[in-house]
Design a protein around this ligand. Structure first.
Ligand SMILES: [Zn+2]
Length: 83
């Protein structure tokens, strides 16, 4: 009685979420707009109105921009806490 191996269905395309969760208000309302021709990206939250602009490199995508955004927010908030 050979047990059949379950076929593992792999999904090669990980589709990116359209919205990211906001480090400021905690809601999933952060959108990343990338302007490739200007090498810049705008991150904005539709809920609390947090907004940041970043210079980006060609290799950087929405996730990278979102990381920079959270990084900046957290750095700012820790600065407030320590001072
Ligand atoms: Zn927000």
């Amino acid at each position: 009685m050979g047990r059949r191996r379950r076929k593992v269905v792999r999904i090669p395309k990980k589709h990116l979420p359209k919205f990211f969760s906001c480090p400021t208000c905690g809601k999933e309302t952060v959108r990343v707009n990338i302007f490739r021709d200007e090498d810049r990206a705008v991150v904005s939250c539709g809920s609390c109105g947090a907004r940041e602009e970043f210079q980006i490199k060609i290799a950087q995508g929405a996730v990278d921009v979102y990381c920079m955004f959270t990084d900046k927010v957290y750095r700012n908030s820790s600065k407030v806490l320590t001072s």
